[in-house]
Design a protein around this ligand. Structure first.
Ligand code: 3HC
Ligand code: NAI
Length: 693
C-alpha cells in the first residue's frame, strides 16, 4: 500500500486518509492508494461505512496537472470514482480547504459529502482550458441541477459550503472534517439511509429538459466573456448531454472531449500560465535563508490615479494605509474617488454593502512626508519627474524608520538614481503597479543595483498578500512591460505611414485576443501626454503631432485616432483621420501601400518578442516565463496564448527571426534585426522554454 494514502479505523468506520502535500493532487500514487484502500475497506465485513478525508491544508485540489501530456498510469481517476460509487457501503467525502476539479469529481462518486464551513467546492478545469474529465459534467448537474452546474463549470468559480448545502451538493456542514464525517457516517449507518448514487439520480434534470435555454445562455455568456476560447463552449455542451445522452455514453464523450482539449495549444498555454505565475514568485539569485521583513503598516505617497488604486488594494486585503498628499484639497479629492469606486462596486453587488465604510476606515489621510515614520513599507506614487522623485526620497530618508522598505511606482525612471539620494539604497526598489491599480494584478518588482535580498522578498511577499502577481525585473527604461510595449508602438506608428489605418491595426490586435489595440489605447490614455513629451525632447511624430495640433487628444476631447459619441467610450473610425494621414504622408512624399493583416500581426508581435530576447540577454528578466506573466497580468495578453515568449516558441523561433530580418530590410529599420539570443536559439533549433534551469 502506498505512503500517501493510509487506512484508519474509527470503530466500524474506515477512514481513507490522503496525505500528499502541498494540495493532495491526484497523482498516480494517490489514485492507486485511494483505489486499493476503498476496495479493501469495502471487502472488510467489520467496516460499515467509509470516509475519504485529507491531511494538510486542503482536500484534493484536482488532478495532478504535472501529469498531463505524459503516458497515463493505471488506475485512471474514472476507475477510482467507479470503485467508490459501486461500493455496497456508504462512502462519505470529508471536505476542508478546496475540493476542486478531479477532487470534487471524486466526491461526486461518493454517496454523501460533508464539509467544514470555510470549504470551497468547484470545477475550475475551464481555467486550464479543459472540461472536467472524470464525470463532473454529468454528476454535478445531477447533484445541484443543471442551471447551477453549467454556471460553475463554464466559469470555473467555486461555491461556498453554505451554497453547497443549500443546493444539495453536501449533506451537512461539520466541525472537524474527519471527526464530523465519521459522526455523519455512523448516523447514516444507524438510520440505514439509502445510498445516493448520482449517476442513477435524474430527479433534478426534469426542469431543464423543458427549457434548454440555460445551456445556450451559458454558452453565449462564455463566448462574450472569453472570446476565442474553446473550453467554455465545450463545457456548456458537455453539461447539456445530461439531458439526452445515457450516462455511460456521456462519460465516454466527456473523456474524448477532455483528451482533445488537453492536447490543444490553448490548454497547454493555460497550464503554462498557471505554473509560470507560481514560478514568478520564486525569486532567483537570493540566498535561500532570506526572509521577508514584516510589514504591518504601509504609507503611500500621492493620492492620484495610481496612489489611490494602490491604497485600495491594500485596504481590500485588510492592511491599514497612511495616504499622504501635498495638501488637504488633493487628499480630499483622492479619498473621494476611492470611496466612490468602492460604493459603485458595492452597488453592483461586487462587495458587501458595509465594505466601503470598513475599507475607508483603514485609510488614514495625511498631509506631509513626516507621516511615513511608522510605516514598514513606503510606496511613492507622485508625478513622473526625476527631480520630484529625488526630492520625495530625500524626505522619506529623513523620516522613515530604519529597515523600512522604500518603493517607487515609477513607470520608466532609473531606480538606482532614486536610491542614490538616500543613505539606505539597500532598502530601495521599484513596485510598478498597473492602472487601474485596484484591478490589474501585475506588480513589476524592480530590483536595483543595491537592493538587499530581504527587501526584495518583502516586496514580493506583500504583493502576493494583496492578491497581485509579482514579477521581479531589473532596471532599464520602462522595465519589462513598457519596454516591450515601446517596441510595438514604434511599429504601429510606422504602419500608419506605410499604408495601414488605426482601425485595421487595432482590429488585428483585438482579433488576436488582446483587449485593445494600440490606437484605441492611445485615445484612452490621452495623446497630449506623448505630444508634450515629444515637444520637450524635440522629437517629431508627424501623424500623432498633426492629430494633437487639430485638438484631437483622444477620448477626453471626443476625438483622437477615432471619434467618440458623447458619453461613450466606443471608438468609431473617422474619415477625417484617414484624410489627415493621407495628407501628412503626401506632404512627406511617402507612398502608401495596402498592408495585409498577417504583416500587421507579425509587426505588432514579433518586435515585442525580439525586445523580450534582449531583456533576457541583459538579465532584466531572469526567465522567459516571467516576461509572459507580465504580459498576461499587466496588459491583458490572452491567457490561451500563454504570453509572447510562449507564443514565440509555438510559432517557431526560426520563423520569427526570418520575418524580423525581412521586415528590417523592407522597412529599413535595423532595430528589427533579430537579437543575438533570438538568432542563436533559432539557429540551434531551440525554444525560449529551453533556457529554463
Ligand atoms: N496539480 C499539481 N500541482 C498543483 C496543483 C495541481 N492540481 N494545484 C496546485 N499545485 C501546486 C502549485 O503548483 C504549487 O506548487 P509550488 O509550491 O511548487 O509552486 C503548490 O501546489 C501550491 O499551490 P498554490 O501556490 O496555488 O497554493 P494556494 O494555497 O495559493 O492555492 C489551490 C491552492 C487553490 C488548490 C490552487 O493551487 C489551485 O487553484 N490549484 C489548481 C486547482 C485546479 O485547477 N484543479 C483542477 C485540475 S484539472 C482536473 O482536475 C482534471 C480532472 O477533471 C480530470
Ligand atoms: P497623478 O498625477 O494622478 O498623481 C500624482 C499625485 O501625487 C498627485 O495627486 C499629486 O498631488 C501627488 N504628489 C505630487 N507630489 C507630492 C509630494 N511631494 N507629496 C505627496 N504627494 C505628492 O499621477 P499617477 O498617474 O498616479 O502617476 C503616479 C506615478 O505612477 C508616476 O510615477 C507614474 O509614472 C506611475 N504610473 C502611472 C501609471 C498610470 O497609468 N497613470 C501606471 C503605472 C505607473
Amino acid at each position: 500500500m502506498s505512503d500517501v494514502v493510509k487506512l484508519e479505523r474509527h470503530d466500524d468506520v474506515a477512514v481513507v486518509m490522503v496525505n500528499s502535500p502541498p494540495v493532495n493532487a491526484l497523482s498516480a500514487a494517490v489514485r492507486r492508494g485511494i483505489f486499493d484502500n476503498v476496495k479493501a475497506a469495502n471487502a472488510d465485513s467489520a467496516v460499515k461505512a467509509i470516509v475519504i478525508a485529507c491531511e494538510g491544508r486542503t482536500f484534493i485540489a484536482g488532478a495532478d496537472i504535472t501529469e498531463f501530456g505524459k503516458p497515463p498510469q493505471s488506475p485512471g481517476l474514472s476507475e477510482v470514482i467507479a470503485e467508490i460509487e459501486n461500493c455496497s457501503k456508504p462512502v462519505i467525502a470529508a471536505i476542508h480547504g478546496t475540493a476542486l476539479g478531479g477532487g470534487l469529481e471524486l466526491t461526486l462518486g461518493c454517496h454523501f459529502r460533508v464539509a467544514v464551513k470555510e470549504a470551497k467546492l468547484g470545477l475550475p478545469e475551464v481555467k486550464l482550458g479543459l472540461l472536467p474529465g472524470a464525470g463532473g459534467t454529468q454528476r454535478l448537474p445531477r447533484a445541484v441541477g443543471p442551471e447551477l452546474a453549467v454556471q460553475m463549470i463554464v466559469t470555473g468559480n467555486p461555491i461556498s459550503a453554505s451554497e453547497a448545502l443549500k443546493n444539495g451538493l453536501i449533506e451537512e456542514i461539520v466541525e472537524g472534517p474527519k471527526a464530523g464525517a465519521v459522526a455523519f457516517a455512523k448516523k447514516v449507518v444507524a438510520e440505514k439511509r439509502p445510498l445516493r448514487v448520482l449517476k442513477n439520480d435524474d430527479s433534478k434534470l426534469a426542469a431543464a429538459k423543458a427549457d434548454r435555454s440555460i445551456f445556450t445562455n451559458a454558452a453565449a455568456a462564455a463566448n462574450k466573456k472569453n472570446r476565442g476560447m474553446n473550453a467554455p463552449l465545450a463545457c456548456a455542451e458537455a453539461v447539456s448531454w445530461t439531458l439526452d445522452t445515457p450516462f455511460d455514453e456521456a462519460l465516454k464523450k466527456e473523456r474524448e472531449m477532455f483528451l482533445k482539449l488537453v492536447a490543444d495549444d490553448q490548454s497547454k498555454a493555460q497550464r503554462y500560465a498557471f505554473f509560470s505565475e507560481r514560478e514568478a514568485a520564486k525569486v532567483q539569485g537570493v540566498p535561500e535563508s532570506t526572509k521577508p521583513r514584516p510589514v504591518e503598516r504601509v504609507a503611500i505617497i500621492g493620492a492620484g490615479t495610481m496612489g489611490g488604486g494602490i491604497a485600495m488594494s491594500f485596504a481590500n486585503a485588510g492592511i491599514p494605509v497612511t495616504l499622504i498628499e501635498t495638501g488637504e484639497e488633493q487628499l480630499k479629492r483622492g479619498l473621494g474617488i476611492m470611496q466612490k469606486n468602492w460604493e459603485n462596486t458595492a452597488a453592483r453587488g461586487g462587495i458587501p454593502a458595509d465594505a466601503p465604510a470598513k475599507r475607508m476606515a483603514l485609510i488614514n489621510g495625511k498631509v506631509g512626508l513626516d507621516n511615513v515614520k511608522d510605516a514598514d513599507l513606503i510606496i511613492e506614487a507622485v508625478f513622473e519627474t526625476m527631480a520630484i522623485k529625488k526630492e520625495v526620497f530625500t524626505a522619506i530618508d529623513a523620516h522613515a524608520k530604519p529597515g523600512a522598505v522604500l518603493a517607487s511606482n515609477t513607470s520608466y525612471l532609473n531606480i538606482n538614481d532614486i536610491a542614490a539620494v538616500t543613505k539606505r539604497p539597500q532598502d530601495v526598489l521599484g513596485m510598478h503597479f498597473f492602472s487601474p491599480a485596484n484591478v490589474m494584478k501585475l506588480c513589476e518588482i524592480v530590483r536595483a543595483e543595491k537592493t538587499a535580498p530581504d527587501a526584495l522578498l518583502t516586496a514580493v511577499a506583500i504583493a502576493r498578500k494583496i492578491a497581485k502577481v509579482p514579477a521581479v525585473v531589473g532596471v532599464c527604461d520602462g522595465f519589462v512591460g513598457n519596454r516591450m510595449l515601446a517596441a510595438r508602438s514604434k511599429q504601429s506608428e510606422k504602419l500608419l505611414f506605410e499604408g495601414a489605418l488605426p482601425q485595421q491595426v487595432d482590429a488585428v490586435v483585438t482579433k488576436f485576443g488582446l483587449p485593445m489595440g494600440p490606437f484605441a489605447m492611445g485615445d484612452l490614455a490621452g495623446l497630449d501626454i506623448g505630444w508634450r513629451s515629444r515637444q520637450d525632447r524635440g522629437i517629431k511624430s508627424e501623424i500623432a503631432d498633426a492629430l494633437c495640433e487639430a485638438g484631437r487628444f483622444g477620448q477626453k476631447t471626443g476625438k483622437g485616432y477615432y471619434k467618440y459619441e458623447a458619453g461613450s467610450r466606443a471608438p468609431i473610425p473617422d474619415p477625417e483621420v484617414e484624410t489627415l494621414i493621407d495628407e501628412t504622408c503626401k506632404r512627406l512624399g511617402l507612398t502608401r501601400r495596402a498592408i495585409g493583416d498577417q504583416e500587421i500581426l507579425e509587426r505588432m508581435v514579433y518586435p515585442m518578442i525580439n525586445e523580450g530576447a534582449r531583456i533576457l540577454e541583459e538579465k532584466i528578466a531572469s526567465r522567459p516565463s516571467d516576461i509572459d506573466v507580465i504580459w498576461l497580468y499587466g496588459y491583458g495578453w490572452p491567457i490561451y496564448r500563454g504570453g509572447p515568449m510562449f507564443y514565440a516558441d509555438l510559432v517557431g523561433l526560426k520563423e520569427i527571426a526570418d520575418r524580423l530580418s525581412f521586415y528590417a530590410k523592407q522597412t529599413n529599420d535595423p532595430s528589427l534585426e533579430p537579437a543575438p539570443l533570438l538568432k542563436k536559439l533559432a539557429d540551434e533549433g531551440k525554444t525560449f522554454a529551453s533556457l529554463k534551469g
